[in-house]
Design a protein around this ligand. Structure first.
Ligand code: OGA
Ligand code: NI
Length: 336
């Protein structure tokens, strides 16, 4: 528990050395461009237009924001409120879920996958737990705040539905057969709740270093505090927080299924010295045993760019190569 940034950082104004990133990875103090922003898509528009917009966003950016998505604003507000309450609870209460075991599925921990083996730690605490099927997992979730399970349970169901709806639009845009994104590819879901406390030197450290997500599709909720950046054309673009919007991004599995047509963009989270930032991130992913490969209908005329693999093997390799997206994808690429 004493490792959690939120626990020890209250009493110090100095960034410890093992949180200082190498110069070329630091965010620095320069403002990143917030104007050339990622696409904003209104899901209440006509279906054919929405399909085109989403496909374009996934090809160009691998990221977009959605509004008029059908998830109630009250549920969004309640979710953000209750996860912030979780991180504000007394240490004794949070200690019940704290674990440093990399294999533990429902846990509160800090920094990355394997704290003990890290040279540099990330300025974040994280609560994560599986959430689909809900009945199977909810009993492992935090018991406090008392309404956590009810609110976050409803939230994860709604966000799952929204994710499947977007996958359906992507399926249509790619021209894949009906039902392509079935249980095998979408049966897994977990929530990852990031808490980035106020940081004394945000120019030297990161909440999350540059990475691309290993899953199928990600839906992120952020409060009105800036911190998410997307890497495009060798530049960092800031994602402007929009109240009640979701940020959606493509994971490696969708990049591979689309035979490289859709981008799984690299991104990172920066911190700030003014206020803490909390994000609620839902990851939809295949079952561990699912065989993932480029969709057959997309390789009729083109050669496949990636070789088939089991999702669990990909994940294992991802953890080993974390942060080095190029080196990792090289292993899955088929050389012409
Ligand atoms: C993630 C992630 C960004 C953020 O959880 O994979 O990229 O702003 N989060 O919290
Ligand atoms: Ni991510």
């Amino acid at each position: 528990m004493e490792n959690l940034v939120s626990t020890w950082s209250k009493t110090t104004k100095i960034l410890p050395e093992n949180y200082i990133f190498p110069i070329d990875e630091r965010p620095g103090s320069a403002e990143v461009s917030l104007c050339q922003n990622i696409p904003l898509i209104d899901l209440s528009g006509s279906q054919s237009q929405t399909v085109q917009e989403i496909l374009h966003a996934c090809q160009e950016f691998g990221f977009f924001q959605v509004i008029n998505h059908g998830v109630s604003e009250d549920l969004i507000d309640d979710t953000m409120k209750v996860v912030k309450e979780f991180f504000d609870m007394a240490d004794e209460e949070k200690a019940k879920l704290y674990s440093i075991d990399p294999m533990k599925r429902c846990k509160l921990y800090t920094s990355g996958y394997n704290y003990a083996n890290e040279k540099i730690h990330f300025w974040r605490d994280n609560l994560r737990h599986p959430c689909h099927p809900l009945d199977e997992w909810v009993c492992l979730w935090p018991e406090k705040p008392t309404n956590y399970r009810d609110i976050v349970g409803r939230y994860s169901l709604e966000v799952r539905e929204l994710s499947l709806r977007m996958l359906e639009l992507i399926r249509e845009g790619l021209g894949l057969e009906l039902g392509y994104f079935g249980e095998e590819l979408t049966g897994g879901q977990f929530l990852s709740i990031n808490h980035y406390p106020q940081c004394p030197s945000p120019d030297l450290t990161l909440g999350l270093p540059k990475h691309a997500d290993p899953n199928l599709i990600t839906v992120l909720l952020q409060e009105n505090v800036y911190g998410l950046q997307v890497f495009k054309n060798e530049q960092w673009l800031g994602v402007k927080p929009l109240p009640h919007a979701f940020v959606v991004n493509i994971g490696h599995q969708l990049q591979i299924i689309s035979n490289g047509k859709l981008r799984s963009a690299e991104h990172r989270a920066v911190t700030n010295s003014r206020e803490a930032r909390t994000t609620v991130v839902s990851f939809i992913h295949p079952y561990q045993e699912t065989l993932v490969e480029p969709a057959k209908s997309l390789i009729d005329t083109k050669v496949p760019l990636f070789r088939p693999f089991k999702f669990k093997d990909f994940l294992k390799f991802y953890e080993e190569k974390k942060g080095d997206t190029e080196a990792m994808m090289e292993v899955y690429k088929i050389k012409p």
